[in-house]
Design a protein around this ligand. Structure first.
Ligand code: NAP
Length: 413
C-alpha cells in the first residue's frame, strides 16, 4: 500500500509510514496577538529526523504558558529570532509537551525504537557545545533551548521532531492525554526543589508555593510532599485552595486578602514603605496561621515575579532560598537587599531541567507519587482556546492537554 500524502487528525498510518504532509496548529507573525486567533490549522511538509533526532507521532500535546507568549509575539518574537539565526520557516509550531509513538529515527539513534510509547521533555541543546563537552549542565549551556517554543516543530501537530535524549518512557498507567500534560512544569518544579544544593527540599521544610493550583504549583506541592516537606499554597480563592490541599498542601493563603502587591515602594518614602511592610507582615502571619507554628519557609517557589517577589524575599526564612523560574506578572524584581544580606537569603534563578532531572520527575509520575493533574482535554482545533483561557487565568486547575492522535481522554495505548 502506498504511503498516504496526508492523513486526517486522529487517524494513524501504518507504523513507520511518514506522510509527506501533516496537519499542524501554526502561529504566523501576521496573527500575533490573542491566542484564540493567533493559532490556525494548516498543512505543512512533515519534517524528517536528522542525526540524533526522532520523529514522534503525537498522540496528545500538553498546554503551557510558553505558547501564550509565542502567540503574543512578546516578550520574544520566536519566529523572527529563528529567521535571524538562519531558519527558513515563517511560522511557529508550538507545543512543549507530548506523548506519542516513535515513528522514525535519525542516524545514530539507539536509545529508542520505532513503536516505543514515549513522552518528550522540552530541553534541547547541541551535544557538541563546549559548555557541555567540558562537563557543564546542558540546560545552562549557551545552546540550550526549549523545544516547541524557541525551536520549531513542537507537538501541536501530527508529527513532532525531537532530539533522542528528550524521550522518556510513557507510563502505561496513564492515558495519552494525562501523560502529555505535565513534563514541562513537573521537571521544572523538580529542578527548583531538588537541585539547588544545599537548598534541596528536606523532610519538615516549609515550602511556600505560589499559584499552587496552577501547572507548576500542582507539581511542586506533590514533589515537596513526596519528599516529606510541608507545602503551603497561595491561590486566588477557596476552590483553588481546596484543590491544593487535596494534592497535599497543609493549607493555603488567599492572595485576594492582601493588597501590597507590585514593586516595593521606595524605602525613603516612610509612609508608603510602612504600609507595604504591614501588608507583607500580615501575609507572613497568615502563613504561620496556616502552618500552626511560627516557622518561615525554607524554600519559596516563585514564578509570578514582579507582583510577589518582595513578599517572597520578606517571608523566606533566614538562610533560605527563593527559587524563581518566571515573571508572569512582570520582570521588575525590586527587592529590599537588607533582607538578602542580613538574613543571608538566596534568590536563585532556575530554568527547566536536564535529562537526569526529567528522568527523576518521570519516575515519580510512573510510581504514582506525582499525578500530572490533567484537568481539561481539548480537541485539536481548540489549541487557541486552551491558550486563551490560560492567558486570562480562566483555565481549569492543574494541567491541560490537546488530543492529536488519541481518540479520547481515556485512551492509553
Ligand atoms: P498557570 O497554570 O497559569 O499557573 C500560574 C498561577 O499563578 C495561576 O494559577 C495563578 O493562581 C497564579 N497567579 C496569576 N497571577 C498571579 C499574581 N498576580 N500573583 C500571584 N499569583 C498569580 O501557569 P504555569 O504553567 O504554572 O506557569 C507559570 C509561569 O511559569 C508562566 O509564566 C510560565 O511561562 C512559567 N514557566 C517557566 C518555566 C521555566 O522553565 N522557566 C517552566 C514552566 C513555566 P492563583 O490565581 O490561584 O493565585
Amino acid at each position: 500500500m502506498p504511503i498516504q500524502e496526508l492523513t486526517d487528525v486522529g487517524s494513524m498510518p501504518r507504523l513507520g509510514d511518514v506522510p509527506a504532509r501533516m496537519h499542524a496548529q501554526l502561529i504566523r507573525p501576521e496573527r500575533y496577538g490573542d491566542p484564540l486567533t493567533a493559532f490556525a490549522i494548516e498543512t505543512v511538509s512533515t519534517p524528517r529526523p536528522g542525526p540524533g533526532q526522532v520523529l514522534v507521532h503525537v498522540m496528545a500535546a500538553g498546554v503551557n504558558y510558553n505558547n501564550v507568549w509565542a502567540a503574543l509575539g512578546r516578550p520574544v518574537d520566536v519566529i523572527a529570532a529563528r529567521r535571524k539565526a538562519g531558519e527558513a520557516e515563517d511560522f511557529h509550531i508550538g507545543g512543549s509537551d507530548a506523548s506519542g509513538i516513535v515513528w522514525a529515527v535519525g542516524e545514530g539513534v539507539d536509545s529508542v525504537r520505532i513503536g516505543d510509547h514515549v513522552v518528550a521533555h522540552c530541553g534541547v541543546w547541541d551535544a557538541a557545545d563546549p559548555w557541555i563537552t567540558d562537563g557543564g549542565d546542558p540546560i545552562v549551556a549557551p545552546s540550550a533551548q526549549i523545544w516547541g517554543y524557541e525551536t520549531n516543530w513542537g507537538s501541536f501537530a501530527q508529527y513532532t521532531l525531537v532530539q533522542a535524549h528528550q524521550l522518556l518512557p510513557k507510563s502505561p498507567r496513564l492515558s495519552w492525554a494525562a501523560a502529555a500534560a505535565s513534563t514541562l512544569v513537573g521537571a521544572t518544579a523538580y529542578r527548583m526543589l531538588c537541585s539547588w544544593d544545599p537548598h534541596t527540599v528536606r523532610e519538615h521544610d516549609v515550602v511556600l508555593v505560589w499559584g499552587g493550583s496552577g501547572g507548576l504549583g500542582s507539581q511542586a506541592i506533590q514533589i515537596a510532599r513526596a519528599k516529606g516537606a510541608i507545602p503551603i499554597a497561595v491561590t486566588s480563592g477557596p476552590e483553588r485552595g481546596q484543590y491544593c490541599m487535596d494534592l497535599g498542601a497543609r493549607g493555603y493563603i488567599d492572595r485576594r486578602d492582601f493588597s501590597h502587591w507590585g514593586v516595593i515602594p521606595d524605602w525613603r518614602d516612610d509612609a508608603a514603605f510602612a504600609t507595604w511592610t504591614a501588608g507583607a507582615r500580615a501575609f507572613g502571619k497568615a502563613l504561620w496561621d496556616v502552618l500552626g507554628e511560627r516557622r518561615n519557609p525554607r524554600i519559596v517557589f516563585e514564578h509570578p515575579g514582579e507582583d510577589t517577589i518582595p513578599t517572597s524575599i520578606f517571608v523566606c526564612d533566614n538562610g533560605g532560598m527563593v527559587v524563581i523560574c518566571a515573571g508572569t506578572t512582570g520582570y521588575h524584581a525590586a527587592v529590599d537587599l537588607r533582607y538578602l544580606w542580613m538574613r543571608q537569603k538566596r534568590l536563585q534563578g532556575s530554568h527547566f531541567a536536564n535529562d537526569q532531572e526529567c528522568a527523576a520527575y518521570n519516575a515519580m509520575v510512573a510510581s504514582g507519587e506525582v499525578d500530572p493533574c490533567l484537568s481539561r482535554t481539548f480537541a485539536f482545533n481548540e489549541v487557541g482556546l486552551a491558550h486563551q483561557l490560560m492567558r486570562e487565568n480562566k483555565h481549569p486547575m492543574g494541567n491541560m492537554s490537546v488530543l492529536v492522535g488519541a481518540r479520547d481522554a481515556e485512551q492509553r495505548d
